[in-house]
Design a binder for this molecule. Sequence first.
Ligand code: DTR
Ligand code: ZN
Ligand code: ZN
Length: 327
Amino acid sequence: MSVGRRRGAQVIASVMACLVLAGCASGPPRSPSGGGPTGDRALAERLADQSVDYLADTLRRAGFRVETPTVAVSSESGDEDEGTVGSRTTRNVIAQTDSGRTDEVVLSGAHLDSVAEGPGINDDGSGVAANLEIALRLGADAPVTNAVRFVWFGAEEEGLVGSQEYVQGLSDGQRGDIALMLNSDMIASPNAGYFVYDGDGSDPGSTEEAAAGSGTIERLLVDRLASLGVPAQPTPFNGDSDYSPFVDAGIPTGGVFTGDAPSMTPEQASLWGGRPGVPFDVCYHQACDTTSNIDRVAYERMLNALAYGVGAFAADLNGLPPRAERS
Ligand code: DTR
Ligand code: ZN
Ligand code: ZN
């Protein structure tokens, strides 16, 4: 195993251990204050806070300036008997290189929350780890042409809350400064498919029309996977992940995905060497989405493609619409 591989494994292991074991934040666990959430909800909020703090500390130690803006999440309260509507908050984590043009930003995103049913290691600990690994390898002062912004969104599972708030909170000018968005949501499914988001609109399942330039992102990621010996298939833009607010905002968008609950077809199994008739992720949104629910080969391939995408677009827009052509 190379040093790079070993370090990659350490990063994914530490993020995942952090997410699963809640052992990543310093200091004693905080107990809920009077009138605050209790039981499972309090624990979930503490875990979420610790994940945010772990990411922010790790990125700050690597030299990044980090923001963790608070986002309001409205939801049914735990008090189901009364059927009241409660609200809570989550935090996005945002870190950007000090280097590169800040009006041609490459944004790489993943979601930091999981469903309540399980620890969410494939969904989306895998994307969280990939985003962190790429940030740490790139570094805060990387010699890039275009700045790279890494974002970990909160409350994706509750309706893309963190990403929607993030995009809505940008001014027109700030939105125009984002040259593209790359999304990593589920990139280590145990019966992995190799999907690249449908930037060119060729997939009949796409219900959202991706901005001009998204086809360029798709091609670059497909070509990179092909260079690793992996034939990719398109996956539609259909509002299912944090890419959606970016697509809606007309920002070129792309990313990779290894599949969730649907089963792999026999054709896909012979293409990728998986198990036909078995879900891509048999533990999708379940308690068994643990550190055992990871295909490390798939993770490394998808991480490779994403890292290549970030690096390529940070070096050169590769034909994506330049700032002057974006509103
Ligand atoms: N909504 C995601 C899972 C998901 C479903 N379809 C796609 C397509 C592309 C990325 C992710 C997904 C979740 O449960 O977080
Ligand atoms: Zn999910
Ligand atoms: Zn997800």
